[in-house]
Design a protein around this ligand. Structure first.
Ligand code: SF4
Length: 264
């Protein structure tokens, strides 16, 4: 594989990698020292708010291709952290993702993950790895809405009952590494009732919420700045620790949900 080109955004730098078979995937450097890497060419979960899943899954990346995104850049940037949060669902390419994780971990890098949470036996394995952060994408606590916006994600209730059983077994330090991701989509999942359900779950699991603002990739509207802040204050008032979308996550270059695949 090779680095095809680099695109500088306002805050991020985007990298397009070309694989041996001509497919192109993307990675993003943000905060100057964190590299977000892709784990699949396309994504089988097909979240409707994300450009990465638009074509479904084309193929899995092998461990060398995941690690390669780092090794092609490590001489250029002082990379200290890896986020397995680019194109793809890490748990649906677990063998290669785990192999790449172990190689990256050996180099002393701090590695975090984003996942939609299935299969549960692999989520269980992932939780027990020495990761530096695990964000589980919920986006709705209504199974019908979640199915609409994350068509190929696993069953919501099975995921929640797994989390209710697993998370209390973790010590406080490990539990603090886990967060529930929730992207606010106007008129879809951002009512007070929706936020109350999210607050109740986060509080009962004693985990934080990562409140994402939507980078427009077509089909939805983001909530207004005021509504975003209102949601943040609502959750905080309910006693939930909330992480907000940083400027890196919102950059039109390399922001959440904007990465795409291509072919030569
Ligand atoms: S948000 Fe993540 S799981 Fe959903 S389609 Fe995009 S890459 Fe896949």
């Amino acid at each position: 594989m090779k680095l095809l080109h680099r695109v500088r955004g306002k805050f991020n730098e985007l990298f397009v990698f070309e694989l041996q078979d001509g497919y192109r995937i993307e990675g993003v450097l943000y905060r100057g020292d964190t590299l977000c890497v892709s784990t699949q060419v396309g994504c089988p979960v097909r979240c409707v708010f994300c450009a990465s899943g638009r074509q479904g899954l084309i193929r899995n990346l092998n461990a060398e291709e995941i690690y390669g995104q780092y090794s092609l850049l490590k001489g250029i940037f002082p990379i200290k952290r890896i986020a397995m949060a680019g194109i793809g669902e890490p748990l649906l390419n677990w063998k290669s993702v785990k192999e790449a994780f172990l190689a990256l971990h050996k180099e002393g890098l701090k590695i975090s993950f984003y996942t939609s949470g299935f299969p549960l036996n692999l989520l269980n394995e992932l939780i027990d790895l020495p990761h530096n952060g695990l964000t589980i994408s919920l986006h709705s606590l209504d199974p019908i809405i979640r199915k609409r916006i994350m068509p190929r994600a696993g069953d919501l209730y099975l995921l929640i009952s797994f989390l209710r059983e697993k998370i209390p077994q973790l010590n406080k330090k490990r539990r603090k590494k886990i967060s529930l991701a929730y992207i606010l989509l106007k008129g879809i999942n951002s009512s007070e009732k929706d936020l109350r359900a999210l607050a109740e779950l986060a509080r009962s699991l004693k985990v934080s919420v990562t409140l994402l603002s939507y980078n427009s990739t077509g089909g939805f509207d983001p909530v207004s700045g005021d509504d975003y802040e209102r949601a943040f204050l609502f959750l905080r008032k309910k006693g939930v620790k909330v992480t907000l979308s940083s400027r890196f996550r919102r950059d039109s270059i390399g922001g959440c949900g904007t990465l795409t695949v291509g072919k030569k």
